[in-house]
Design a protein around this ligand. Structure first.
Ligand SMILES: Nc1ncnc2c1ncn2[C@@H]1O[C@H](COP(=O)(O)OP(=O)(O)OP(=O)(O)O)[C@@H](O)[C@H]1O
Length: 268
């Protein structure tokens, strides 16, 4: 029996079991090292930002956690379940929002969500109840019969987030979910995910290269050139770096100057 699996099964709320633990993970594309001995964790019930510039290795890491790639060096555990030794147990506790859009635009919003729920063994009635629960305070609850192609980019992303939450996973990965969205949609999506973290006690790993998406009480993992340069709550990282803000700390760690949102991101 793998380490931690008995405790994880009998007491999933045990805080000593991490929602995600990544230990000594490396990955290379041929000669190019994308991840180099990466270790960090996501505590249960936390919003953890994986902060890194383009090419840092965020998508590679997500490909390993979702098992698109095999973990060849190191160990990844989801709620104590080793991804290599117990892939079924690990993956059924996981929800994912990939960077690329993945809804079927010719199906209705409801059909997209009910179909996904069916893949997780959830039948139509409980699936519809779950959709209503997640979308209780959203205007999208009145548009479930519309084709997905009628929605804006931000609304499509919101539905992908609902879809990731449908089967009540304990850990959700979001790979740069606000890329290409205007500033208002970005803020709406971020606050919706934060609400679900609070209300459902789910754990989130939110990959981003945008400093302004990080809140003062978030945990942050700074990834650069495939290596973890810092991990901790924002005030800890800021203090350790002798910085004033998390943006400042990021610049000290990586040598990269942060910039305000670009024109598309800023357009309301
Ligand atoms: N299929 C691939 N073949 C070769 N090199 C790759 C491949 N995919 C990624 N890389 C390289 O691995 C490194 C990490 O890339 P990765 O896409 O994981 O970073 P990222 O942080 O997700 O960046 P982005 O935000 O641009 O997607 C980069 O140097 C990238 O060029």
């Amino acid at each position: 029996m793998p380490d931690g699996s008995i405790t994880a099964t009998t007491n999933p709320r045990d805080a000593s079991i991490k929602a995600l633990s990544v230990e000594g993970v490396s990955h290379a594309y041929g000669q190019r090292k994308a991840l180099n001995d990466v270790s960090f964790h996501v505590p249960q019930g936390s919003f953890t930002a994986l902060l890194g510039p383009n090419g840092a290795g965020k998508s590679t890491l997500f490909s390993l956690i979702t098992r698109l790639f095999n973990v060849r060096h190191g160990t990844i555990r989801i709620l104590g379940h080793d991804l290599t030794r117990e892939p079924g147990e690990a993956l059924r506790r996981l929800g994912v929002v990939f960077q690329a859009r993945t809804l079927d635009l010719d199906l209705s919003i409801s059909q997209n969500l009910v179909y996904h729920a069916a893949l997780h063994g959830i039948s139509r009635k409980p699936a519809k109840a779950r959709i209503a629960e997640i979308l209780a305070s959203s205007e999208l609850s009145n548009r479930l019969r519309e084709k997905a192609r009628n929605l804006s980019g931000g609304q499509l992303r919101s539905i992908e987030i609902v879809r990731a939450f449908m089967h009540r996973p304990r850990l959700i990965l979001l790979d740069e979910p606000t890329v290409g969205l205007d500033i208002r949609s970005r803020a709406a999506i971020l606050s919706e995910v934060r609400r679900l973290v609070r209300e459902e006690g789910v754990s989130v790993l939110w990959a981003t290269h945008l400093i302004d998406e990080i809140g003062d009480s978030d945990r942050v993992v700074v990834l650069h050139h495939g290596q973890v340069l810092a991990e901790g709550f924002v005030p800890e990282i800021v203090a350790t770096e002798g910085a004033k803000t998390i943006g400042d700390a990021f610049t000290r760690l990586t040598g990269i100057r942060t910039r305000p949102p670009g024109p598309q991101e800023a357009a309301a």
